[in-house]
Design a protein around this ligand. Structure first.
Ligand code: GDP
Ligand code: MG
Length: 446
């Protein structure tokens, strides 16, 4: 995700690293790079201009704190400007109204509306099992679309209000809302038809649907891969409907990132969720600071920590933290436990892809499955060690390595490679240890 921006920015900061001051000159060059990066990422031109200007203003008037280098300071400015552009904080769904809280989905065909209805229904249910949710499709142009929603509803375990291609969309949603009222549903989710491109008929229809049901949330669903077209599409929907939020889908793909920046700016509405996969759990809250960090090549550390929290067995985490705290250090037993935990967190590749900088870059170059295979190697090697060796890797001299390699059915180079990985992991654990860990966990919890 957001590859090009990440690469561009890390290059920019490499270029101005080592200089003692932010000058007009090096800002100018860095700004030009920022501008190019944003344009290449398909951010709309006026938005790029505004952004670059705001960075420039902030940078020139800015006094660099003693403990920062100029490139760190500049980095901070760009980061903050990005966060500001994308909205300062995550805004969640607003369902506080007389039930049923009605959610209307709008967007082009293929944007991910139907899928998102399913995902969102699941999110709402996960938060509160007691919520009674009804879904309905007003997509009368494609019978498969109604069936698709029906299947999703079954999968998530919410109720489906039937509709068919002979009915009028406005009538369908009215009936659904009356039914929802009568049967005390908390939430009604309304899926609509899209077109392949902006189309006046579609706009008239979605407007009629909107006035018929007066939804509390009108979510504009847009494909993050749309690029420059995202701007026109967002503009058209924003002018047609009083949008309350945006869902940016397919952020798991090769989206160039421009959409995240410009849709927010064009609509002025918060991006509430991002779609990160085809599966029913592939929807996450949108955190501007996280995406900004990711754009700037710092990795999505907060999302990573959430995964860690979800996956890690609390006891093991606590034990590890205590061990580190006592200064006993992180040994190969811990490393092995860590690998097992990684499996529970959706695998090594998923985790690696969220790591900052080079680690994250590396993950994109590894063919799928390679990392898992490597991890199995690592486990085999550790299994061939004596408990003493695991607790004290410094013991591992040539003869011991030979024995271990033979035992694990790998080469000595593999053993060395594994020990190197272990050292890196040790470093990482230091970063996540004791106070740092507690602090990061608190931040991840929000
Ligand atoms: P609609 O026409 O707006 O209702 O779009 P659909 O919900 O039918 O989605 C169109 C296609 O995009 C389907 O194949 C979905 O599985 C896929 N899709 C939707 N959201 C995401 C996402 O966040 N990531 C990925 N990879 N695919 C998605
Ligand atoms: Mg659909």
């Amino acid at each position: 995700m957001l590859d090009n921006l990440t690469k561009r920015f890390s290059k920019i900061f490499k270029d101005i690293r080592g200089q003692s001051k932010l000058t007009e000159d090096n800002i100018k060059e860095a700004l030009r790079e920022v501008r190019l990066a944003l344009l290449e990422a398909d951010v709309a031109l006026p938005i790029v201009k505004d952004f670059v200007n705001s960075v420039k203003e902030r940078a020139l008037g800015h006094e660099i704190a003693d403990n920062l280098t100029p490139d760190q300071a500049f980095f901070g400015i760009v980061n903050q400007a990005l966060i500001d552009l994308m909205g300062k904080e995550n805004t969640s769904l607003n369902l506080s109204t007389t039930p049923p809280a009605t959610i209307l989905m709008a967007g082009l065909q293929g944007a991910g509306k139907t899928t998102t209805v399913g995902k969102l229904a699941k999110l709402i249910k996960d938060q509160d099992k007691k919520k009674k949710i009804l879904v309905v499709s007003a997509d009368v142009y494609r019978p498969a679309a109604i069936e698709q929603l029906k299947l999703l509803a079954e999968q998530v375990g919410v109720d489906f209000f039937p509709s068919n291609t002979t009915q009028q969309p406005v009538q369908i949603v009215r009936d659904a809302q009356n039914y929802a009222k009568k049967h005390f549903y908390d939430v009604l989710m309304v899926d609509t038809a899209g077109r392949l491109a902006i189309d006046i008929e579609m706009m008239i229809e979605i407007r009629a649907i909107h006035s018929a049901i007066n939804p509390i949330e009108t979510l504009f669903v847009i494909d993050a891969m749309l690029g420059q077209d995202a701007v026109n599409t967002a503009q058209a929907f924003n002018e047609t409907l009083p949008l309350t939020g945006v869902v940016l889908t397919k952020m798991d793909g090769d989206a160039r990132g421009g959409a995240a920046l410009s849709v927010r700016q064009i609509t002025g509405k918060p991006i509430k969720f991002i779609g990160v996969g085809e599966k029913i759990n592939g929807l996450e809250p949108f955190y501007p600071d996280r995406i900004a960090s990711r754009i700037l090549g710092m990795g999505d550390v907060m999302t990573l920590l959430e995964d860690v929290q979800k996956g890690i067995d609390e006891d093991i985490a606590k034990e590890m933290a205590q061990k580190l705290h006592r200064g006993k250090g992180f040994d190969l037993n811990d490393f092995k436990a860590q690998i097992q935990q990684m499996r529970n967190m959706g695998g090594f590749e998923n985790l690696l892809s969220k790591m900052p900088g080079e680690l994250g870059e590396i993950s994109k170059k590894i063919p799928e499955g390679t990392a898992e295979k490597a991890m199995r190697h690592v486990e085999a090697i550790i299994n061939s060690m004596t408990p003493k060796e695991r607790a004290n890797p410094a013991l591992l001299k040539a003869s011991r390595k030979r024995r271990i390699a033979a035992g694990a059915g790998v080469t000595i180079q593999d053993v060395n490679k594994m020990l190197k990985q272990f050292e890196q992991s040790q470093q990482m654990m230091k970063m996540f240890s004791g106070k740092n860990m507690a602090k990061l966990m608190r931040m991840a919890k929000g």
